[in-house]
Design a protein around this ligand. Structure first.
Ligand code: AMP
Ligand code: FE
Ligand code: FE
Ligand code: ZN
Length: 285
């Protein structure tokens, strides 16, 4: 049974609609996917309806933009109640700050000679409800400034580049508490990707597990080396955490993240579901 618990749709910065994503999951012989768009629940209803049609179980999720010691880190919330007031208020705050940052990044890019406007970003973002740097990258591609998202991030959008502007993110421990408040289970996304091991040390992860009842960590992820995967697997085992593996699929928006390129073992998935059920959360169907 193939299980991929971390994917994105056009509701945030993926390039497949929730329905198209589920169709592709079915074609990739995945029995279960988690839809985890950045800071929004907006794709879940469509994905779950498509899951019923195409024979794919869709575990509802969200990837929350968090921060630890001033560095951005990502938290996956699975099985959360999408009507929870506190979690919705926090996600709305993050999405708002995404919109404000978007305008300031466009100003910064214009000062650096890149002539794109907010309307160009909205044109490529379509109906996305959570706007991010990948949409600015797409607008730059459409106007011929760069060839792909990688080049846009490398030259313009990454921290330290001319277009970068920081935005608000939720304190990580509070994010875990908010997921629990919404009856879900919390899993650290790609904890050691892109240098995040500097802030998500074994001590910090241990603290989240012991003091905030973090449920899991993503171990198998394209941004982790084999050595990191091995260390995270052992750490998670010692802490009694569910250890997941996933693609972090973004459609054509992210290279080398094909659906099902990493998967979660069935035993780990069952344990995650058990922990969601214990909290009274929403299981995949
Ligand atoms: P934001 O959430 O607006 O700060 O943008 C960060 C998002 O951009 C992450 O969730 C990644 O999915 C995506 N991203 C980061 N670097 C790259 C890259 N080099 N190519 C494509 N997508 C990227
Ligand atoms: Fe993303
Ligand atoms: Fe992420
Ligand atoms: Zn992701």
């Amino acid at each position: 049974m193939r299980i991929d618990l971390h994917t994105h749709s056009t509701v945030s910065d993926g390039t497949d609609s929730p329905t198209r994503l589920v169709m592709r999951a079915s074609a990739a012989r995945l029995a279960v996917i988690g839809l985890t768009d950045h800071d929004t629940f907006d794709g879940l209803a469509e994905a779950m309806a498509a899951g019923a049609r195409f024979g794919v179980t869709v575990l509802p999720g969200v990837e929350i933009s968090c921060q630890q010691n001033g560095r951005e880190v990502h938290l996956l919330g699975y099985g959360v109640r999408t009507d929870d007031a506190d979690l919705n208020a926090e996600l709305a705050l993050i999405r708002n700050s995404r919109n404000g940052r978007l305008l300031r990044m466009i100003q910064a890019l214009q000062s650096a000679g890149v002539r794109i406007g907010i309307e160009d970003v909205h044109r490529v973002a379509g109906t996305a409800s959570s706007l991010g740097r990948p949409h600015i990258a797409d607008a730059m591609i459409a106007k011929g400034y760069v060839d792909d998202r990688d080049e846009a991030f490398r030259d313009w959008l990454n921290e330290g580049r001319p277009g970068f502007v920081r935005r608000y993110a939720c304190d990580l421990a509070r994010g875990v508490d908010l997921v629990h408040g919404a009856a879900g289970a919390a899993v650290l996304a790609h904890p050691w990707a892109r240098g995040a091991d500097a802030v998500l040390t074994p001590e910090v992860i241990t603290g989240l597990a012991r003091e905030h009842q973090l449920e899991g960590i993503e171990v198998d992820h394209q941004d982790h080396t084999a050595a990191q995967r091995s260390l995270l697997f052992d750490l998670g085992g010692r802490l009694g955490l569910v250890r997941t593996g996933s693609s972090d699929y973004h459609g054509t928006g992210k290279k080398n993240h094909e659906l099902g390129c990493n998967t979660t073992r069935e035993t780990a998935y069952r344990e995650l579901c058990r922990r969601i059920a214990l909290r009274g959360g929403v299981l995949g169907r």
